[in-house]
Design a protein. Sequence first.
Length: 695
Amino acid sequence: MAQDGALTELVALAGHKQHLERERALGQIEGLLDAAVSAGNAGPLLAEAADGVRGLVASAEWEQRLGGLRLARVVLQRQVDEAFATDMLETCQRLLEDGEVRVRWAVGELLRTLSERLGIEAWERVRGCLLASIHRNFERDAAEPSGQLPQQDVGSEIEDSGPNSGGDFLASLLQQSYRVERPGTGEMRHGTEGWKCLETSFRALQHIMEGCGEAFRPHLDDPLRQLIYRALGHPNRFIREACHFIMGSVCKLLEGPHLEALAPEIAQKLGLGLSDNWSQVRFASSTATRTFMQCAAPYRERVFPLLLPHMCLNRYYVAEGVRLYSQETWRQVMGDSGREWVAKCAPQVVNYYIEQSKANNHAVREAACACIAELMCKVDKAAVAPSVPRLLRALVMCFKDASWPVRDAACLACGRCVTAFPEESREVLEELYSLWFAHLQDNIYSVREDTAVALGNAVRAYGDEATTRIVAVVREMVLQARDQPADSQKYGSLENTTLFGVAAQRARANDAELHTDKTMFSCGSLAPKLQRGGGCIDHGFARAKEPWEASDGAVYMIRELSSVAPAAVPEFIPALAELARMHHFAHSANLHETIWKQLPAIAENVGKKVFKPHLEEFIGPLFRSLTCGHRLCEAAAGRCIGALRDLIGPGIFAGRLSEEQRRLLESSPDVPPPAGRFTVPGSQVTPQFVLTGRP
């Protein structure tokens, strides 16, 4: 009897308003029932729990209905009473369109348990109700959420403007043009609202399919499949996501001859989800695609032309979940034959990549650029060569994109492509040079650096021809910082991309312009919906390029030249030293940081003999930066001092220093110890030991 009283109290707590109390009560009820089942006297407790469920699911409080549905699963998992199961099937039909979404989710989970226990009978009992709910809510009403048509504001009716009308025609026209629609109605209604319980009804369908297992296969007829296919193109992204998860269940149910017969149409439908603008839908379709490929293993090569391009591109998708999952799927499905199959499907892959380079989603365009570069550099050239001009034109359009990550990806991709196909790339080479030189002084430092890398690849492809053009541009750019006004751009590197930059918003959070001309941001992403390229060099930057940024880009370019054409670099070393001595503008530390990061590579590439005569020109600026107060610049200067000391030789380097500079060299935490030495951790002033252990 003590147990009976405890169970009664716990059943009441299962409908508590607080989530933690409900979870705790359900856990304790499971413990009581399991103990009773082990003792062989669970009947009375299960009957009492079932009665408690009936009371909870009939409550007006959604928390109690939710607790009752979850408790019903606990009871059914331990004993199937026909009368109780019948009651729960009726309850599921009654609560299928409950006003609380958590209750509707619980209905789907209970239907899975009922399907596992009763088999196909559960589907036969709820089939009509469930399908009726889906069909009824598939299209949303034009009415407001309350079900009432929006009332017209006073005077909003447009009067007849015929000859006998006393109203002013112009006033009537203006009234019609500037008619205000209330939010949540008409064109002002968001795409995610108004679909009621459609998503949860589809989720319930999936629960039943998976609960029934193979017994559901005969019921997965053409009308039901067509209903699912239709929902894959639904305007609401959550419904598309739910139905792509359902497609994975469909593939498992149809595994065998049925799936083989339907493989082309299923592959085509999965391709829609793999190309969706929403990352959640892509992920759902990716899970279904992996299931499909596993179930269709004996004949999946037949559908590679339909799905392989989509699978290949998603390996570079920006959303990490989609990217990592797609990479693992690629390894599982393709093994070591990925390149061969991409070459075999080259026409389909090329068409898809070009199509995706024009997508509305800037993240998709960025992934397409990376994929095009991979295609041209890693896949059999004979298969790709006929499509190189088309692919390069697509990259050039992405090079003119409003989103800087897309421009960055296109910039690098173009550099890799001219290396792989130098002669085929000459068709767009002049346009590429103009874009590269413009982006070498871009507002974004990573774009400047990646542009230098791309131009370095152009030197690898075209040799002295490219070197001559690039050196001439670097001569014009390298000392433009001389003309930099003292008050360089207020927000500097924070205002880094377009009017939509996240950093720019943070820097100008209180500025008036931030609260006008707002843009619509992509749901689930900090990145905005940016337009594709418009055919000009200035793609909507928030501010004009500044002279110091041109010098910064030239430093990156000199580093690349030192690797591919070192003979062209010595003439620029004095200019680098002059830039390092400039302190007249606000962002001089940013420029110095770039110089100190690139100088060790430049010195090593041109050789100690060439660089050594210029060393003293850099020592003063280096040690000044070591204590400038800009932490990134200080750290870069410290690493540069250590690298140059190791290149020139510690003794020779120390001989060029003043007493104060030697003291800084020994005491600064930003200067690493000499190569081949280590320090004892944990001490304030630590002696240095050679690797042999001798002091």
